[in-house]
Design a protein around this ligand. Sequence first.
Ligand SMILES: Cc1cc2nc3c(=O)[nH]c(=O)nc-3n(C[C@H](O)[C@H](O)[C@H](O)COP(=O)(O)OP(=O)(O)OC[C@H]3O[C@@H](n4cnc5c(N)ncnc54)[C@H](O)[C@@H]3O)c2cc1C
Length: 346
Amino acid sequence: MNFDVAIVGSGPAGATCAALCAQAGLKTALIERTQFPREKVCGDCLNPACWPIFKRLDLETRILALPHSRLEEVEFIAQHGASIRVPLARQARGEIAIKRSLLDQLLLTRAGELGAAVFQNHTVTKIDPGWILHTTGGSFSGKIVVAADGRNSTVARLLNLLPASARDRIGLQTHLSAPANFGSRVALHFLKEGYCGAASIGDGELNLCLVSRPRDLDALKTWALNHFQIAADPQWRTISPLSRAPIAARNGNLLLIGDAARVVEPFTGEGIYYALSTGELAARHIVDNTLDAYPKAHAALYRGRLWINEISRFAVTHPRVATAILATARVTPGILRFLTRKVIGS
Ligand SMILES: Cc1cc2nc3c(=O)[nH]c(=O)nc-3n(C[C@H](O)[C@H](O)[C@H](O)COP(=O)(O)OP(=O)(O)OC[C@H]3O[C@@H](n4cnc5c(N)ncnc54)[C@H](O)[C@@H]3O)c2cc1C
């Protein structure tokens, strides 16, 4: 099957790009290896910067109609239990938490509504010259191919673009019943074994994420089981690597978007925003036929925002530093409020 645009992966990046390319009248294929709805290793938190993109996709009301939690504060908890709470602004389109099964299904549905041909249960396994994509369900060709297939991008690997991943940390995630009185908050624990993020996601459920080096994973899981009084080891989803070098955002007629191009530290909860915004950006350059300008625009989108993400990565990989930052912030809480607002924009 021949398409103007063939997009591999229907996370927030791929579905957004497909929706906007199809809306502009391009013959668009959205090729996804799983069958939706599906969960993902993710903290489920949506940065408020996502709302203008949802508005352009005409999805604001439909997202708010899905089960979610409106997050009211972030609690930073140091190694020995001292904690600081930073309230989040009460705004109509603020930080919310929503299951990825719900959000990603809605985005995929929207891409279909706007005219993209959606192929689920199709895994890209081989790429031939001329941008022929072979999948487990048949072959596709695209005048332009978009890699939106996440941090372990198959497209990048098949084209020898994926950087060798160093031995890195592992991310674990599960959904649980929220403890009584957990409230509408995100709790971020800095621990010597790694870090833990817990967020209320509505309907009495909690999203629990753990991040650590492989050697500390069992200890971190044990900590989480005790701390959240979890009776039996839950079904953990896992992902690795947590960080890797970025890949050039364009390679001929291939554009990379979302995690496939650049992975950010999950701690600040911005990955979905970058996925949506690079999906939108790539669609604009495809529709306007300005592929040359895409890499510069892609780099500009991250510029000026990444420094807090880098600080966060340093803090979470050096828990003693994080504890020292939190001790300072207890005396001068403005610092933490400033950093939180820089990320969350509230
Ligand atoms: C522990 C952790 C916590 C996080 N918490 C947050 C958070 O709270 N908030 C936030 O904004 N971000 C968070 N993130 C980051 C966020 O999950 C990602 O940045 C986001 O999912 C990237 O979206 P994407 O569309 O680029 O890729 P993905 O969401 O990874 O989607 C890629 C899609 O491609 C498909 N695919 C893969 N290979 C193939 C193939 N060969 N053929 C066809 N399809 C394929 C996959 O099935 C998948 O559906 C977190 C990440 C981690 C690891």
